[in-house]
Design a protein around this ligand. Structure first.
Ligand code: B1M
Length: 224
């Protein structure tokens, strides 16, 4: 009886730890999200567990509430700020786990699209996977991508899009790269919540990754 109680308590404690972090994201408390992420790190929880069990579930709730009109843009932005505060804590740890010197990858969110949380996570995981990441930011024009692929020593470009209205911008980038002999051999990997493998294939992308971890495997296979 006693041991069963302890076992349940232990499990409950672990759940509560992540729940607090997820709740901090949902209510947009960037001080708490940073502190709780730091506390979990100090307790020896891995960066990837903090990401998958605390941050992502929190942001998923934000997404559901946003869709259901229970949260509005200012609250979602505040939640995003809290997510970034915690991501700043785990970023060096994700990077530490990586091998070094695999070369560079250019990433960016396509034109018209301001969503950067997923793109930033992909960047962090790529850094953790040993890549030097050149992040062009959000709302990146076709011309800026083409220019970046001429000036950086890499043939891998990662595009992120979160809106069905901005997804077609990926094809514009791919077509522009193919049309220029200096960038025709660039391999474009794509990702973002509304994307599918079928869509990636239809626009001529070299690969599609459904999440940040698989983005690293994909970059490895494109680089190899
Ligand atoms: Co926006 N938004 N948003 N939003 N927002 C969505 C995407 C939406 C699905 C919400 C909803 O209705 N349920 C919806 C899109 C609907 C659609 O197109 N079908 C939507 C909308 C409509 C809008 C606006 C149009 C709202 C408005 O103004 N009326 C507006 C557009 C602004 C613009 O971009 N021009 C808008 C604005 C915003 C905020 C600015 C308030 C904020 C963004 C803040 C920021 O990013 N700094 C925001 C947010 C936060 C969201 C939700 C709630 C969360 C997105 C997120 O960060 N998820 C989102 C709802 C949802 O997705 N559930 C929503 C967490 C993140 C870790 O996941 O980005 O999917 P994700 O990234 C994953 C994978 O997709 C993948 O790996 C990541 C990690 O595993 N991945 C890649 C991503 N990129 C990759 C690249 C790769 C590989 C993998 O290779 C290169």
């Amino acid at each position: 009886m006693g041991s069963k109680g302890n076992k349940n308590k232990k499990k409950g404690d672990v759940m509560a730890k992540y729940q607090d972090l997820a709740d901090a994201i949902i209510r947009g408390d960037n001080v708490a999200s940073k502190d709780l992420a730091q506390k979990l790190v100090a307790e020896g929880v891995s960066a990837i567990d903090i990401l998958n069990d605390g941050l992502m579930p929190g942001m998923n709730v934000v997404g559901k509430k946003f869709k259901a009109n229970e949260m509005y843009i200012p609250e979602v932005l505040i939640a995003a700020r809290a997510m970034h505060a915690a991501m700043d804590i785990i970023k060096p740890l994700l990077a530490e786990t990586g091998e070094a010197g695999k070369g560079s990858v250019v990433i960016g969110t396509v034109q018209g699209d301001l969503h950067d949380i997923g793109k930033n996570l992909v960047g962090m995981m790529l850094e953790g996977g040993g890549y030097n990441v050149v992040d062009l930011g959000v709302d990146v024009s076709v011309e800026k991508y083409v220019e970046a692929m001429k000036t950086n020593d890499t043939k891998i470009l990662g595009l992120s899009a979160l809106l069905t209205t901005t997804m077609p911008g990926m094809k514009e980038v791919i077509d522009a790269l193919k049309a220029d002999p200096a960038t025709a051999d660039v391999k474009v990997m794509v990702g973002g919540a509304p994307l599918t493998q079928e869509y990636a294939d239809s626009i001529g992308a070299a690969g599609y990754a459904p999440d940040a971890s698989s983005a690293v495997d994909l970059a490895d296979s494109l680089a190899g």
